[in-house]
Write a protein that binds this ligand. Structure first.
Ligand SMILES: C[S@@+](CC[C@H](N)C(=O)[O-])C[C@H]1O[C@@H](n2cnc3c(N)ncnc32)[C@H](O)[C@@H]1O
Length: 277
């Protein structure tokens, strides 16, 4: 069992297995935060909407479920007509689609697309001449997102099983990379940004929401599997996050807004950057 180990004792494949196990639970139990008591190994992105962000979401399942259903709306999503399974499994910490100001015809790539909510919103914005590709390494999430798309009758979406550290997308083929509360889960943020840079067209943009840190986490917090899979333990310092983006080649890498800093200095950030022309 991966979750009896500490994060510092695990290699990156073991960490990804633990993340996959947690989000398989999220997909199967159909509850966004994934903190259902009694289901071992489940977790989820536990950030609350900006107004009342907290890093602890596991106390009361029934209350949490209501919060998850409403979370997307609190973050500004128009969920009218969305299948319940897309909003119930929402595990984001922001609304990168709103930030991305998408245009008709653009190709969008969603890193860690989960049950597909961001993809569905983006698909409407880019229209029939555009396309939205979602990458996720959890088969149950891909299945769920595909079912949700079928239910919605959305066809300009392309779900791909894969790792955001090794993105199954061609070089220079994407206009906008979005991601919602996922990069913190990747053992190598450097690889994620190198890959995002590779797949973007010159002039393309990355616009993500994620959990970052204003100060280092105590080891006892960052070393717990449940904290890691809950989008806190794998978060890195905000300055280091931006440096990884710059090292990958992005210009204008910056945090455009922050919300809900926790006692450990973890906060939800909107982060943007551009691939030079
Ligand atoms: C916190 S959830 C966010 C899902 C979605 N973006 C949302 O806002 O609801 C994290 C998702 O990222 C996926 N994920 C985590 N690490 C990944 C990786 N290295 N490669 C691909 N997908 C990953 C998980 O399987 C899960 O579906």
């Amino acid at each position: 069992m991966t979750d009896t180990k500490k994060i510092s004792e695990m290699d990156s494949d073991e960490i990804k297995d633990a993340v996959r196990e947690a989000y398989t639970g999220v997909a199967k139990i159909n509850v966004g935060c994934g903190c259902e008591p009694g289901i071992e190994g489940t977790s989820g992105c536990c950030s609350e909407p900006a107004a009342k962000q907290t890093t602890s979401c596991c106390e009361d399942f029934s209350e949490q479920k209501i919060t998850r259903v409403n979370l997307a709306e609190a973050l500004g999503y128009d969920t009218e007509g969305m299948p319940l399974s897309a909003t119930e499994s929402f595990a984001g910490c922001g609304n990168p689609v709103a930030l991305a100001s998408l245009k008709e015809g653009e190709v969008v790539l969603d890193l860690g697309s989960g049950a597909g909510l961001d993809m569905f919103v983006a698909s409407e914005k880019v229209g029939a001449t555009g396309k939205v590709i979602g990458i996720d390494m959890t088969p149950a999430m891909i299945e769920k997102a595909k079912k949700n798309a079928e239910e919605l009758g959305i066809t300009n979406v392309d779900f791909r099983f894969g790792d955001i550290e090794d993105i199954p997308v061609d070089d220079n083929s994407v206009d906008v990379v979005i991601s919602n509360c996922v990069i913190n889960l990747a053992p190598s943020k450097a690889k994620v940004f190198q890959e995002a840079f590779r797949v973007l067209k010159p002039g393309g943009r990355v616009m993500v929401s994620d959990i970052v840190l204003s100060k280092p986490l105590p080891k006892e917090v960052s070393d717990e599997v449940i904290t890691y899979t809950g989008c806190i333990g794998g978060a890195i310092l905000d300055v280091d996050y931006l440096q990884h983006m710059r090292d990958a080649g992005f210009k204008d890498a910056r945090i455009t807004s922050k919300a809900g800093e926790s006692v450990h200095g973890a906060y939800s950030a909107y982060v943007t950057g551009t691939k030079p022309e």
